[in-house]
Ligand binder design. Structure first.
Ligand code: ADP
Ligand code: ADP
Length: 217
């Protein structure tokens, strides 16, 4: 199964990706994680990405498309794309990459969430520095405050998860990424499944899994 997971920043894409991978066993590719890994490598490209991401802006399409096409073509089998595509140009490029590989998308899952919930979710987000496991100080708190349940490491906060940057990311989402949903709906080649993200993570997961299973039949 090849699925694109969309939704505003903080809607719960990463959280749901963990659950979908467990359920369906596909490979999870998060563009944000790929860019953060490049950032940590200290390369020149990584430094450029860091500046763009810190401002809450989108990374230019040519860079995104090249890095994602490389990652996607290395995957054999099921695929869960998270955070990509985020512009219509990226969606067109993804279509081309998948058409060439003879493996089109099966579904686009769109997780919705209210603006105020988004700000609260993102400012309370923490993650494990080595595994990337996602927590929330209130909604998905670790057993011991500030410590990863699985690795015992100190949880970290992303430097772009500040309120002013979140508002900028949300603005860019509305301007540049919402049209991608319209692109998929208009093209009519793939089913767009809208899931209400304003439920508990388990409820969101159950709704998503049921819709994907129904779609696969
Ligand atoms: P979130 O979904 O919480 O906004 P991500 O980890 O997906 O966070 O993205 C973090 C940042 O990485 C974005 O604000 C943007 O700067 C950059 N980024 C990630 N994916 C893309 C993409 N497909 N196109 C352009 N920029 C991207
Ligand atoms: P995204 O990848 O879309 O940016 P995340 O999955 O990282 O979003 O979730 C953002 C924050 O909100 C995290 O701290 C996560 O623990 C929390 N979160 C995710 N889903 C829910 C939910 N359904 N209800 C409450 N908090 C949630």
């Amino acid at each position: 199964m090849r699925v694109v997971l969309m939704g505003p920043p903080g809607a719960g894409k990463g959280t749901q990706a963990e659950r979908l991978v467990e359920k369906f066993g596909m490979t999870h590719l998060s563009s944000g994680d790929i860019f953060r890994a490049e950032k940590s490598s200290g390369s020149e490209l990584g430094e450029k990405l860091a500046e763009i991401m810190a401002r809450g802006e989108l990374v230019p399409d040519d860079i995104v498309v090249e890095m994602m096409a490389k990652a996607i073509t290395a995957v054999d089998g099921g695929l869960l794309l998270d955070g990509f595509p985020r512009t219509v140009a990226q969606a067109q490029s993804l279509d081309k990459t998948l058409d060439e590989a003879g493996s089109p998308l099966d579904a686009v899952v769109m997780i919705t969430a209210d603006d105020e919930a988004i700000v609260e979710r993102i400012t309370g987000r923490r993650s494990c520095p080595s595994t990337g496991k996602i927590y929330h100080v209130k909604y998905m708190a670790p057993k011991v405050e500030g410590i990863c349940d699985e690795t015992g490491e100190k949880l970290v906060q992303r430097d772009d998860d500040k309120e002013e940057v979140v508002r900028e990311r949300l603005k860019n989402y509305k301007m540049q990424t919402e049209p991608v949903v319209a692109y998929y709906r208009d093209a009519g080649k793939v089913q767009v499944i809208e899931v209400n993200g304003m439920q508990t993570p388990d409820e969101v997961a159950a709704e998503t899994v049921a819709a994907l299973e129904a779609q696969g039949r």
